[in-house]
Design a protein around this ligand. Structure first.
Ligand SMILES: *Cc1c(COP(=O)(O)O)cnc(C)c1O
Length: 376
């Protein structure tokens, strides 16, 4: 029996208790371990079906999927892509690496997602696409994005890396983009160790994505190339894990819900904390992670609180650092004099607490106890 004194609570602990072992053994016994094995196609088919898409193209990471997505839409030099500043570097990197320019938008202070009311002001004749990112368990307000994309004839790239099982007005996230992407990193709701996928309904975009994933080999004569691609192939071993994980997704979502609800129940009423909304008009939170934001009048920042939690053996993670404040971009003069106050605050005052699938109720209670102690 774990006692509160001996608890170490990692920020993420995953579950591999379905058919993972069985399917991996099948790979080894059959000798299919490369990207040519049958689990890859099966995972693509089953995952795409789960999010209501016609095509899935499995790749080596969510970051790779974003690169494929931007490239498959033909975005390149001189183009602009509108995206949130509050997100992972992979989103901006994918755009910059095609020699296009990211154009940034601040976050909504309640959902922490891209503030879609600022979208239209950022559109120029160079704008080619809007990249939306569903953050921490709540979706972007897609109807508004879709209406603006229609009006200005823009493509939508949907980063659903954190949004397996999340719905917007009842429709699965990952079903809204001209091309949408997922990650299967171990802290994501379906994991393959490392991995990702692009999904789409457009046959031509799917074909292009497959070519980009596999070095753009030509069909009729291997080793001659009209274009440069990548080796972003997913192995059969990874896909075997993915198939087994996908079978358990409903249970995983249920578990995340329980964790989120429990944290909210135990933390509500603490004035120093802004908690994630359990429900907004168009979605229920799936609590991919449980993020909290320190109130403006609380005298310490997230780093200070996280250090205290670490001393108490509780793992936490900081929120994203905004794209416009990234040294790698600032040193080249990008985003000069741009300010996005909500994202800047989230970065400094937000962090997330242990939210993994293996988390126990006793661990949640311990995390809350530690948080309450420091916030006193
Ligand atoms: C995890 C994540 C990615 C990147 O996925 P990797 O598989 O780690 O490369 C991209 N976008 C978002 C929003 C993510 O959370």
């Amino acid at each position: 029996m774990k006692t509160a004194e001996s608890i170490f609570v990692p920020v993420n602990e995953l579950l591999l208790c379905g058919n993972e072992k069985k399917y991996l053994l099948e790979c080894i016994e059959s000798g299919w371990i490369s990207s040519e094995g049958p689990f890859v196609k099966r995972f693509e088919r089953e995952f795409a079906a789960r999010v209501g898409r016609r095509f899935g193209v499995a790749v080596s990471s969510g970051t790779a999927a974003l690169q494929v997505a931007v490239s498959a839409l033909g975005i390149g030099p001189g183009d602009e892509v509108i995206m949130p500043t509050f997100t992972i570097i992979s989103c901006a990197a994918a755009i910059v690496r095609t020699c296009a320019s990211p154009v940034l938008i601040d976050s909504d202070p309640v959902t922490w997602n891209m503030d879609v009311s600022q979208l239209e002001d950022k559109i120029t004749p160079k704008t080619k696409a809007i990249m939306v990112v569903h953050i921490y368990g709540l979706p972007v307000d897609m109807d508004q994005v879709i209406a603006i994309a229609k009006k200005y004839d823009l493509k939508i790239i949907e980063d659903a890396a954190q949004a397996h099982g999340l719905t917007y007005k009842g429709k699965p996230c990952g079903s809204f983009g001209d091309i949408s992407i997922f990650s299967f990193y171990p802290n994501k709701l379906v994991t393959t160790g490392e991995g990702g996928m692009v999904v789409t309904d457009n046959e031509q975009i799917a074909r292009k994505s497959k070519e980009l994933r596999n070095l753009c080999f030509k069909k009729n004569r291997r080793f001659i190339h009209d274009e440069l691609g990548y080796n972003f192939r997913m192995t059969n071993l990874q896909a075997a894990l993915g198939v087994a994980q996908l079978e358990q997704l409903d249970r995983f979502i249920e578990k995340k819900h329980q964790v989120g609800k429990k944290y909210t129940e135990l933390l509500s009423g603490i004035e120093q904390l802004q908690l994630p909304k359990d429900r907004i008009t168009y979605a229920d939170n799936i609590y991919w992670v449980y993020g909290v934001l320190l109130a403006d009048d609380f005298g310490y920042d997230a780093d200070y609180v996280r250090k205290y939690m670490a001393d108490k053996q509780v793992g936490t993670r900081p929120f994203f650092w905004p794209i416009h404040e990234q040294p790698v971009f600032k040193k080249t003069g990008m985003f000069e004099k741009e300010n996005y106050p909500v994202a800047e605050k989230l970065a400094r005052r937000g962090f997330y607490v242990p939210s993994g699938l293996a988390l126990t109720e006793l661990q949640i209670e311990y995390v809350v106890e530690c948080l309450k102690e420091i916030l006193k």
